[in-house]
Design a binder for this molecule. Structure first.
Ligand SMILES: O=C(O)CCC(=O)C(=O)O
Ligand SMILES: [Fe+2]
Length: 395
């Protein structure tokens, strides 16, 4: 195991300075020039995008998956290092609802398609591939310290559930349609090969693109964005650069050269309130959809089932996650245990306090906004008890 690194903050106010005007350009900063605390205060907390460079120099995938002389994929090495797993593949030539049609194939077959350069397979995009989860022993990258405070994957990894840590491989021209990330989470995406073009919008700008029914477009272009007077960033992301996509920022991504990337979706104490508000919005939507059944027995439970099916998370799931994160931090605060993210990053004492305060704030907000529903779902007492526990601990 590599040496332990502390991720820590000094006392930082919970509310960031309001962002006055979005910057004209997204900043580019070498990772080594930014401390954890600087990243925390300047980007995570204010929910502001940034590109970090020289992120992947020491990564196995950066050094070995690419043939740096021929500027191509090192297929022979990849075939040897990674078994012939079944992988998820999107067909960028076919739309399926607001995404691309998805299928599966064998990894080595995908590599054959990559090499043969045939038109018929040129639009296949290997994406959302849980390679790390499938081969936990294969250490092909390391999560950069800036992105280490990650409650979502901390919970999922410890519970043996599917994580949000992915690999993407796509030929030139493959792309991901216009979207904001799952649960309004943050994402980071590090390109290890080729170039990606990002069209990135700060929150609310996407509203200008809604049609009369309130739907957002599947595909956007610079012409469309200019026509609708949308403020956006056009970013060319090169190999070795990581982009930090803040919560709720819509984006469309195109591989303008053959490209490979590693990315995570995650949230933590800085955006957990946004995660809660998004979950609540999704719940409002579900309730609206089945409003005509509101007199039926078990209506609240039924809404939760629908929320889980349509959104991927329900109130119970979110609360279980919060409580798990809370318990870990309570033990660490009492010096009974340490919190280590990604087998390397140890959470510092101030950070633990920050996390606990963020959990308390979101519990208070949940009780205020959805107290009655929480009672009906028998979740209220547990929530309240953790709010009280944090209060006692910190006073
Ligand atoms: O690289 C891509 O195609 C999409 C990546 C993305 O949407 C993300 O990292 O949030
Ligand atoms: Fe995304």
């Amino acid at each position: 195991m590599s040496t332990e690194l502390e991720i820590e903050i000094s006392s930082i106010p919970l509310a960031p300075d309001p962002v006055v005007e979005p910057p004209p350009e997204i900043e580019r900063i070498p990772l080594a020039d930014l401390s954890y605390e600087q990243f925390f205060a300047r980007y995570l907390l204010p929910n502001k995008a940034v590109i970090l460079s020289s992120v992947a120099d020491s990564w196995e995938c950066f050094r070995r998956w690419i043939n740096h002389d021929s500027k191509g994929l090192n297929g022979a090495y990849l075939r040897e290092a990674i078994p012939n797993l079944t992988v998820p593949v999107a067909d960028c030539g076919k739309q399926y609802y607001n995404s691309h049609e998805k299928t599966e194939m064998k990894f080595h077959e995908f590599l054959d398609c990559w090499d043969c350069r045939e038109e018929s397979t040129s639009k296949l995009y290997l994406k959302d591939w849980h390679l790390r989860e499938m081969l936990p022993e294969y250490e092909f990258y390391e999560t950069p310290y800036c992105f280490a405070s990650d409650w979502l994957n901390e919970y999922l990894l410890d519970h043996g559930e599917d994580d949000y840590m992915f690999v993407y491989l796509g030929r030139e021209g493959t792309w991901t349609s216009f979207h904001a990330d799952v649960f309004s989470s943050y994402s980071w995406s590090t390109n290890i090969f080729g170039v990606k073009k990002w069209l990135l919008l700060a929150p609310k700008e996407e509203q200008k693109l809604k049609d009369s029914l309130g739907n957002l477009p599947f595909r956007i272009s610079e012409e469309l964005l200019d026509e609708k007077e949308v403020k956006y960033y056009n970013i060319l992301q090169k190999a070795g650069e990581a982009i930090f996509v803040p919560s709720g920022w819509y984006h469309q991504v195109q591989n303008v050269e053959d490209a490979i990337s590693v990315n995570h979706n995650w949230f933590n104490g800085c955006n957990v309130k946004t995660i809660w508000l998004s979950l609540n919005d999704a719940l409002v939507q579900v309730i609206k959809e089945i409003d005509d059944c509101k007199d039926m027995e078990n209506f609240d439970e039924h809404c939760q089932l629908m929320l889980k099916a349509s959104y991927g998370m329900d109130l119970n799931g979110f609360i279980k996650m919060l409580i798990y994160i809370c318990k870990n931090r309570v033990s660490a605060y009492r010096d009974e245990a340490k919190i280590i993210h990604f087998e390397r990053y140890r959470l510092g004492k101030n950070h633990i306090v920050f996390d606990l305060k963020a959990i308390r704030d979101v519990l208070i907000s949940m009780i205020e906004m959805r107290g009655e529903l929480l009672r009906s779902l028998n979740l209220f007492d547990e929530l309240k008890s953790y709010e009280t526990l944090i209060d006692k601990l910190l006073t």
